[in-house]
Ligand binder design. Structure first.
Ligand code: FO1
Length: 328
């Protein structure tokens, strides 16, 4: 069985960890994993150059979370981390005090930068780094080209997404998001194939605007999802009118979309009407949205979608897969 997931950072990584647990139960291999093939297409719009190294937040969150090295409380960065280097960099007046690199995390960025400087594309570098962590999935960047999400503020200034997200906690109103480098970007090797060959495509509860939205904006990827023979199912990142984590509401507001489970579904759109989804899973607190969406032709269900732990997340993945099993 082949599953392809379009993922941002924390939400998508936690969902994929639960999906792998479910698949290990349903399709076990002889090593505690699964015979299913899971490919994760990761957002690289949060990426940046910092201190001369290339930082890929969502790729690293996926690699560390699925590889067992993540700082669980934060959802990003390494467990047992230290900050000696970033503290000393600050003594030189370099870096941002609101966005620092841990000492162990720095090893990942140094390794990535060394391999990029040697001429390897990001997809090859990611494969090499992931081989150490053994995440149990094929981890693909959405593109080998640099595409960075910048935020246009009301006064016209453009700042990097991470500055808006981490320094300003998305409280400064965003006029729009600009994917710098998008026009020259192509899907990374393996991305279109992973969508064409999947038995199911999943849009997990990642940020629908700056994470999944950025992946879909790469020329060719949205069409590849729309044309995929497989059913496409999404899980709402919004529960009861608010994002579970992060500040997806600020992103949705910036593009004029209401922060509700139904509004996010309509934002993605049904494939029958030119969108990318066939099915949508909402939380029980949003069960009142189910009849309306069903009347519009959605395959839709309400279930507990809070990814409180791995078993709960495995159950969410099971409900999402069951939803597309019902599709004609
Ligand atoms: N988030 C923070 O809130 N503060 C940080 O200092 C910070 C550093 C950092 C370094 C590497 C990395 O891969 C991620 C980091 N993050 C930090 C998290 C980052 O903002 C998120 O992972 C995503 O970019 C948002 O989805």
């Amino acid at each position: 069985m082949r599953v392809t997931v379009l993922s941002g950072g924390v939400g998508g990584a936690r969902f994929t960890r639960g999906l792998l647990a479910l698949l290990a139960q349903r399709l076990p291999d002889d090593a505690g994993g699964t015979t299913a093939e899971v490919t994760v297409i990761a957002n690289t719009g949060d990426d940046m150059w910092l201190h001369g190294v290339r930082v890929c937040p969502d790729l690293d969150t996926l690699m560390y979370t699925l590889g067992g090295g993540v700082h669980e409380g934060q959802g990003w960065g390494r467990r047992d981390e230290s900050s000696r280097v970033s503290t000393d960099l600050a003594a030189y007046g370099l870096g941002w005090e609101w966005f620092t690199l841990g000492d162990l995390d720095l090893a990942t960025h140094l390794a990535r930068t060394e391999l990029l400087r040697a001429g390897q594309p990001l997809s090859s570098v990611t494969e090499r780094l992931a081989s150490r962590w053994r995440p149990g999935v094929r981890l693909l960047p959405m593109s080998d080209e640099e595409v960075e999400t910048h935020v246009e503020l009301a006064d016209g200034r453009l700042i990097h997404f991470e500055e808006w997200w981490v320094r300003h906690h998305a409280t400064v109103p965003a006029r729009r998001f600009v994917q710098v480098g998008l026009a020259g970007a192509a899907p990374a090797p393996g991305v279109l194939d992973a969508l064409a060959r999947a038995d199911v495509v999943v849009l997990p509860p990642s940020n629908p605007v700056v994470s999944v939205g950025t992946i879909l904006a790469i020329p060719g990827i949205r069409d590849a999802v729309r044309d995929a023979p497989a059913p496409v199912v999404g899980i709402s990142p919004v529960i009861g009118g608010a994002p579970v984590r992060g500040m997806a509401d600020a992103c949705l507001t910036a593009i004029g979309v209401e922060t509700s489970a139904a509004a996010v579904a309509r934002h993605y759109g049904r494939r029958a009407e030119g969108g990318v989804l066939d099915a949508w899973l909402v939380d029980e607190v949003d069960a009142d949205a189910v009849p309306g969406l069903a009347d519009e032709g959605w395959a839709v269900a309400a279930a507990s979608t809070l990814m409180s732990d791995v078993p709960a997340t495995a159950a969410i993945a099971a409900r999402a897969l069951a939803l597309v099993d019902r599709l004609p």
